[in-house]
Write a protein that binds this ligand. Structure first.
Ligand SMILES: Nc1ncnc2c1ncn2[C@@H]1O[C@H](COP(=O)(O)OP(=O)(O)OP(=O)(O)O)[C@@H](O)[C@H]1O
Ligand SMILES: [Mg+2]
Length: 144
């Protein structure tokens, strides 16, 4: 499915709508260049899950987790950013496998290309965000 958004607010709204179609156990892969809007889309998804906490980029922490209080089957939102990851082991050390594809978590991963090995045989939803011009972003959503 392809979506086009023209503003940051529209990206947030799309994330919010997307949240309604996501389930616990899902792994969402967000691909796109620096500044494409991966974290912004994640903020929208978090809004859709009624997470009140501020979503911050896990660029340095690698992984942030947020409890979900909404009457959703998702109990924990896990936001991963592998941009600064040196190797897969670094993520394993902080316990990523306790969350990936687990029945009560929704995982969102920025720069998933770097951890392909960890995602092998896992069902994923791949979203590619293309920065087309100025504020326009084109999203392609593929469910495996
Ligand atoms: N249509 C749009 N959708 C999303 N962000 C937009 C849009 N137009 C402009 N922006 C701006 O682009 C930037 C997107 O930043 P964001 O942190 O979401 O990107 P990112 O893909 O997570 O980058 P990184 O790879 O550095 O983590 C923000 O500064 C936002 O204000
Ligand atoms: Mg980001």
């Amino acid at each position: 499915m392809i979506h086009e958004v023209q503003t940051e607010a529209e990206m947030l709204k799309l994330g919010e709508e997307l949240a309604a179609t996501l389930h616990s156990g899902d792994i969402v892969l967000l691909s796109g260049e620096l500044g494409a809007g991966k974290t912004t889309l994640t903020k929208g998804i978090a809004q859709g899950l009624r997470i009140l906490e501020d979503i911050t980029s896990p660029t340095f922490t690698l992984m942030n987790t947020y409890p979900v209080s909404a009457e959703s089957d998702v109990k924990t939102l896990v936001h991963i950013d592998t941009y600064r990851l040196k190797n897969q082991e670094e993520l394993l050390e902080i316990g990523v496998e306790d969350y990936l594809g687990k029945p009560t978590t929704l995982c969102i991963i920025e720069w998933p290309e770097k951890i392909e090995g960890l995602l092998k045989n896992k069902k994923t939803i791949a979203i590619t965000i293309e920065h087309t011009k100025n504020h326009t972003r084109t999203l392609t959503i593929e469910r495996a």
